[in-house]
Write a protein that binds this ligand. Structure first.
Ligand code: PLP
Length: 475
C-alpha cells in the first residue's frame, strides 16, 4: 500500500469512529501534512481518495467536509425476517457455491464472498511448528490411520473446550471429523433418510443446504429473527404441521446473520425437540468468536437425553485447511462413529496431533482474544462502509460474533447479477439465494469482514455500492 493510501485509510478510520461528525471540516492540507509527517502531495492524494470513497466532499476555498451518509450516526435498520414457516422443499441451485468458492480463491480478487478468515488473523507460524513437531514426534503413528473416534489427545483437549461451553461430554463422547462439514453430513445421515424433512434457520449456511440436497432430504425454513435467532414458537408450529425428522441450528453467531440464541431460547429449543422426539443438530463453529468476553453456553448444555448432536471445528479459529472438526453425537454415538468409518475411515492423523499440541501449549486463549477483537472491529468498519456507500434503504445485520454481515438491499436489487458485475471488478460476494432452499433473498448478500481493512476494502465496498445503485436506477 502506498503512503497516501495508508493516510487515507487512517483518516477513513477516524471518520468512521466519529472523530469528525457529518458536515464537519476535517483538518486542512497543511495541518494533516504536519500531523502525519506527510508531504503536501501525499495529503492531497489521500484527500482525493477519501473523496472517491464518498467519505468527504470538497468545498471550494474551504476544505474537505465529512459527508452526511458516511458516518453511521444511527445503526442501520435490521434485515427483515421471514414471517411464517415455509413448506418442506427439495433444495436446488446450490451448484453455484463451488464456483463462488473457486472465484474467491483467485489471488487477484477482493474475497468478500467466502466465510474464511484471512491468514493474517490466524496463528499460522505456531501451527506450522506444531505440525512439524507432531510429524516428528509421533513416529510411525503419524503415518497410520487414527480410526474413529479419533486421536485421544485431541479429544481430551476438545472435551476441555466443550466444558467451557457448559457441556460435560468428556473425551469418550467425541468423534473427530474432517471439519464441521463432514460432521454435518454424518449427523444428518445418522438421524434422517432421503425424503425426510429437516427444519433449518433462514437465511442459513449454504453448506448445510448442500448436504441436505446431496442426501435427497427436504428443507423447511423456520422464521429466524436477525437478532434473536431461530424462533422456537415458529418451530413448534412447523412441528405440528409437518413430519419433521431433525432440526439444525447454528446456536452462536450464525452464518450469515451473526446472531446468537439466548440461553432461554436454547433451553426452549432443546426441550421442544426432546418432547417432539426429534434430534437437534447444533453447529457451534463460531461459538468461540463472540465479541463479548464470556463464551456463550451451547444448547447441548441443556440436553438431558443425549438428543443434541453437537458439532464444531477449528476452521474459523485456527486454520480451515487443517480440516479438523468434531461431533459429540449424544445417544447417536455408535451410528455416527460407524458412518464416519464408512465415509472416510479416519481423520488425518498429523493435523489432529498438531491441533492437540497447539491447544496443550496454551496460546489458544490469547489467539481467540486477538481474533475476537479484530473481528468485532472489522465488522464495525465494514458495516459503516456499507452504510456509507450502499443505496439508501439498505439494511445490515448486527452480529454479536463471527465475522460476516448480511446485507439487505432495497427491493429490486439483484444479488446474482451483482455477483457477476462485482466479479468483473475483481470482488467476490456471496449472493442471497445461496442461503435459501427456496431461492429467497435475491436482494441480499453476505460479506465477510475477516480481511485486512484498508484502501482496497473501502474501495471495494464503494464499487459494490455504485453497482447496486446503478441496478436500482436502471430497474
Ligand atoms: C456455519 C458453518 N458450518 C460449517 C462450516 C464448514 O466448516 P469446516 O471448514 O470445518 O468444514 C462453515 C464454513 O463456512 C460454516 O460457516
Amino acid at each position: 500500500m502506498t503512503r497516501y493510501e495508508q493516510l487515507a485509510e487512517t483518516l477513513a478510520r477516524q471518520i468512521h469512529s466519529g472523530a469528525w461528525g457529518p458536515g464537519t471540516r476535517i483538518p486542512g492540507t497543511r495541518e494533516l501534512s504536519r500531523l502525519h509527517r506527510a508531504s503536501i502531495t501525499t495529503v492531497m492524494a489521500a484527500q482525493r481518495l477519501l473523496e472517491g470513497w464518498g467519505l468527504v466532499e470538497a468545498r471550494p476555498r474551504s476544505g474537505y467536509y465529512v459527508r452526511g451518509a458516511a458516518l453511521p450516526l444511527e445503526a442501520p435498520a435490521l434485515p427483515e425476517a421471514v414471517a411464517t414457516p415455509g413448506a418442506p422443499t427439495l433444495v436446488q441451485s446450490q451448484r453455484m457455491a463451488l464456483t463462488l468458492i473457486q472465484a474467491t480463491q483467485r489471488r487477484d480478487v477482493l474475497p468478500l464472498g467466502a466465510a474464511v478468515p484471512d491468514v493474517t488473523f490466524l496463528p499460522v507460524a505456531a501451527l506450522n511448528r506444531a505440525l512439524g513437531a507432531a510429524a516428528r514426534l509421533a513416529g510411525d503413528r503419524a503415518g497410520g490411520y487414527d480410526f474413529p473416534p479419533g486421536c485421544p489427545e485431541l479429544r481430551g483437549q476438545i472435551a476441555r473446550r466443550m466444558a467451557l461451553a457448559g457441556c460435560d461430554t468428556g473425551p469418550e463422547g467425541i468423534i473427530t471429523t474432517s471439519g464441521a462439514q463432514e460432521a454435518l453430513t454424518l449427523a444428518l445421515r445418522a438421524v434422517a433418510e432421503p425424503g425426510d424433512v429437516i427444519a433449518i434457520e433462514t437465511p442459513t449456511y449454504y453448506g448445510l443446504l448442500q448436504v441436505i440436497e446431496a442426501l435427497g432430504m427436504r428443507a423447511l425454513e423456520v422464521p429466524t429473527d436477525p437478532l434473536a435467532g431461530l424462533d422456537p414458537e415458529a418451530l413448534a408450529q412447523a412441528l405440528a404441521r409437518w413430519p419433521i425428522k431433525a432440526c439444525v441450528v447454528v446456536s452462536n453467531f450464525s452464518n450469515p446473520l451473526g446472531c446468537a440464541l439466548s440461553s432461554e431460547r436454547k433451553r426452549a429449543l432443546v426441550t421442544l425437540c426432546a418432547k417432539a422426539q426429534i434430534p437437534l443438530v447444533e453447529n457451534d463453529i463460531y461459538g468461540e468468536l463472540g465479541f463479548a468476553d464470556q463464551r456463550p453456553l451451547a444448547a447441548k448444555h441443556f440436553d438431558r437425553h443425549g438428543n443434541v448432536l453437537y458439532l464444531s471445528s477449528f476452521s474459523k479459529t485456527l486454520e480451515p485447511g487443517l480440516r479438523v472438526g468434531w461431533i459429540a453425537p449424544g445417544r447417536h454415538f455408535d451410528r455416527v462413529a460407524h458412518l464416519k468409518y464408512v465415509s472416510s475411515l479416519a481423520t488425518p492423523t498429523v493435523p489432529q496431533l498438531a491441533v492437540a499440541r497447539y491447544l496443550e501449549q496454551g496460546g489458544y486463549e490469547r489467539q481467540l482474544r486477538r481474533a475476537r477483537a479484530a473481528y468485532a472491529r472489522h465488522v464495525e468498519l465494514m458495516s459503516a462502509a456499507v452504510q456509507g456507500h450502499f443505496p439508501v434503504g439498505t439494511r445490515i445485520s448486527r452480529p454479536t460474533g463471527g465475522f460476516v454481515i448480511w446485507v439487505e438491499l432495497p427491493e429490486g436489487a439483484d444479488s446474482m447479477a451483482l455477483y457477476e458485475q462485482a466479479l468483473s471488478e475483481r470482488i467476490t460476494i456471496a449472493p442471497g439465494p445461496l442461503f435459501s432452499a427456496t431461492g429467497r433473498y435475491r436482494h441480499c448478500l453476505r460479506l465477510t469482514c475477516a480481511q485486512p481493512w484498508g484502501a482496497a476494502s473501502e474501495q471495494g465496498i464503494a464499487t459494490l455500492g455504485r453497482l447496486a445503485r446503478q441496478q436500482l436506477e436502471v430497474g
